[in-house]
Design a binder for this molecule. Structure first.
Ligand code: B12
Length: 273
């Protein structure tokens, strides 16, 4: 310990925040700190740098997420899970909620990685690294306390056979949970019989949402729909994802086609409200 080092209590006092807030800063790496026995120490220099960091002002949330897309892409593609989480946490501390983080940060970051790959400026390995980290980030976001209030019913989510793009289904499940729905996410590559089995045993589900990214998998979607309809014809069936956006609900044989998370949340809510 040098004379310039501060304890976390002193640092919190200087920053004008509660001790627990300062603790969160050091635990998440936003404020560099070292543990000396049972005490966290912060250098005066790090504290000064932290105090001078640009802080988001209300109403600037969107621009802040825009600015963080590139740093997130960089962290994801170098396989830096901690770096990616730090980007998320810095936005959370600036007041960004889970929904905004998904739609304004994670989705554009994945789109950027995909388009970089499509023009040959990124390797497929970069995409796979990012893909390995996203579910971990979603899991962490999932551990945030859920809004209080009565549950609004069960929504089953999943992808038909051959569909490996499970991230959209996981993200939408997270957002549904934040809107107080219970979610049974069956994930990628789910056989028609599994959808049918879940439909048959589920207690009065609000809807089943099928997520399909690759157009070649629309035939498998059709098999899943038939399997569910054979056992529970009354359950509303919704389709979403890249492969479905240029089709109609009638063509696909579903009750609605969802084109975005926001729209999906509205359509599912309209089934219970
Ligand atoms: C990550 C990724 C993968 C990962 C998937 C990992 C996983 N567990 O999900 C891996 C590496 C496995 C992969 C594999 C392949 N992929 Co890929 N992949 C991507 C990538 C980079 C990101 C997809 C993603 O998760 N985005 C995040 C989601 C949430 O964003 P979004 O899709 O834009 O969703 C928004 C809306 O579209 C809508 N939405 C979309 N889905 C859903 C679902 C629900 C339920 C709701 C409510 C809304 C919704 O709401 C969202 C926000 O409002 C995209 C690039 C891109 N531009 O999307 C390519 C992309 C989807 N892949 C593509 C391709 C071609 C493939 C492969 C065929 C490549 C290959 N030759 O092997 C394989 C196919 C595997 C298979 N059989 O399914 C193409 C699809 C083109 C097409 N329409 O056919 C894309 C667009 C890349 C490209 N530019 O060509 N991929």
């Amino acid at each position: 310990m040098t004379p310039d080092d501060l304890t976390l209590n002193e640092a919190a006092e200087k920053l004008g925040v509660h001790y627990m807030t300062a603790y969160r800063y050091v635990r998440t790496g936003l404020l560099p700190g070292v543990k000396d026995g049972g005490t966290w120490l912060v250098t005066a220099e790090d504290l000064a740098q932290f105090s001078n960091r640009p802080v988001a002002t209300p109403g600037r949330g969107h621009r802040d997420t825009d600015r963080q897309v590139e740093p997130l892409v960089a962290a994801l593609t170098r396989g830096d899970e901690r770096g990616a989480w730090k980007v998320i946490q810095s936005l959370q501390m600036a007041g960004c909620g889970v929904e905004e983080l998904c739609t304004k940060l994670l989705v554009p970051a994945m789109a950027k990685i995909g388009s970089d790959w499509a023009i040959g400026s990124r390797s497929i390995a970069d995409e796979h690294r990012a893909t390995a980290i996203i579910p971990i980030l979603l899991g962490r976001l999932r551990s945030a306390p859920l809004p209080a209030g009565r549950k609004r019913g069960l929504v089953v989510v999943g992808c038909p056979p051959n569909e490996d793009h499970g991230i959209p289904a996981s993200m939408f499940s997270l957002l549904l949970e934040r809107r107080r729905f219970e979610v049974d996410n069956l994930g990628s590559n789910t056989p028609p019989e599994t959808f049918a089995e879940v439909a048959q045993t589920a207690d009065n589900p609000v809807a089943i949402v099928f997520s399909v990214t690759i157009p070649e998998n629309l035939g498998n979607l059709s098999k899943c729909l038939s399997a569910v309809r054979a056992v529970r014809p009354e359950i509303p069936l919704l389709a979403a994802g890249f492969a479905t956006v240029h089709t109609t609900a009638e063509d696909l044989g579903v009750d609605s086609v969802i084109t975005s998370f926001e729209e999906g949340l509205e359509i599912v809510a309209s089934l219970v409200d």
